[in-house]
Ligand binder design. Structure first.
Ligand code: SF4
Ligand code: SF4
Ligand code: FES
Length: 276
């Protein structure tokens, strides 16, 4: 007798829905997305599911299997308990469009708040030069496939609808750190990250790092160094004293500008930690 597996799939629309059980033959070597495709080819031809590459690279097939945010195309059926139904649900943090498809436009709207890369002028020969250690460091940040599983799992977004207006989330903090640590970049996003993207709400639980399919150490290599930069800029007493002394010893400006806020951040030249 052929072994069967029960797929418990969430079906519904924004107004509501429910889990529906489908019993299908178990096939060796399949991932969850394979079984979803077999459901579409058989008992559930109208089941909505977003996917593109089936190789863990496009970030489209994000969902939750047995309560864990994951890529459907990278979740092996033989690693799930066979005795129980395999529960497939849409990402909980984002609004439902239909069945397993959610509206992730929140993430793109948040991304628009971050000022883009702003390189300094090139050298006299037209070249830009960077230390190889800075080139290597940036590679990890750029592995992101924008699957938004980190955003889905982050409790600040998942459990607090009220924070969606003022919290960027781990994906955006990763992008902010990528830009802030770029040695050629001249923009300063630290006050914005602190005041408008809610970096202080992250309490470093590391759940985002645990679900990232690209194995980016979001918390240790992006969020914590970004927090250090923001804190250094705002509250470092040595930097604050230095700015005070510099201002007092500076010759009077014939056309003075309004006084800068003592707590306004100074962008560090380079390096992850950014201590000055
Ligand atoms: S470490 Fe911060 S950003 Fe990541 S899941 Fe936890 S609270 Fe969210
Ligand atoms: S950081 Fe990882 S989990 Fe978050 S969007 Fe990028 S690839 Fe996905
Ligand atoms: S289909 Fe592209 S990541 Fe799963």
């Amino acid at each position: 007798m052929t072994a069967e597996v029960t797929m418990r799939v969430w079906r519904g629309e924004p107004a509501g829905g429910a889990f529906v059980d489908y019993a299908v033959p178990a096939v060796d070597g399949e991932v969850v997305l394979d079984v979803v495709h077999r459901l579409q080819a058989g008992p559930a031809p109208d089941l909505a599911c977003r996917w593109n590459c089936k190789a863990g690279k496009c970030g489209s097939c994000s969902a939750e299997v047995n309560g864990t945010p994951c890529l459907l195309c990278m979740t092996r059926m033989d690693e799930l308990p066979r005795a129980e139904p395999v529960v497939v649900a849409p990402m909980r943090t984002f609004p439902i469009i239909r069945d397993l498809v959610t509206d992730v436009s929140f993430n793109y709207e948040m991304a628009r708040r971050l000022p883009p890369f702003a390189p300094r002028p090139p050298e006299a020969n037209g070249a830009y030069r960077m230390a190889s250690i800075d080139v290597a460091r940036g590679q990890e940040y750029r592995r992101c496939i924008e699957c938004f599983l980190c955003q889905d799992v982050c409790h600040v977004l998942r459990d607090h609808e009220e924070h969606k207006a003022d919290y960027g989330g781990p994906r955006l903090f990763l992008r902010a750190m990528e830009l802030e640590s770029h040695p050629l970049d001249t923009a300063d996003r630290r006050a914005l990250v602190r005041d408008q993207l809610g970096l202080g709400l992250c309490n470093i639980t590391k759940c985002c790092t645990e679900v990232c399919p690209e194995h980016i150490t979001i918390t240790d290599n992006a969020i914590i160094p970004l927090k250090e930069r923001v804190v250094d800029a705002a509250y470092d007493p040595v930097a604050w004293l230095g700015r005070r002394i510099r201002r007092r010893t500076r010759r009077p400006d014939p056309s003075p500008l309004p006084a800068a806020d003592d707590r306004s951040p100074d962008k560090p030249a380079s390096g992850v930690a950014g201590r000055q």
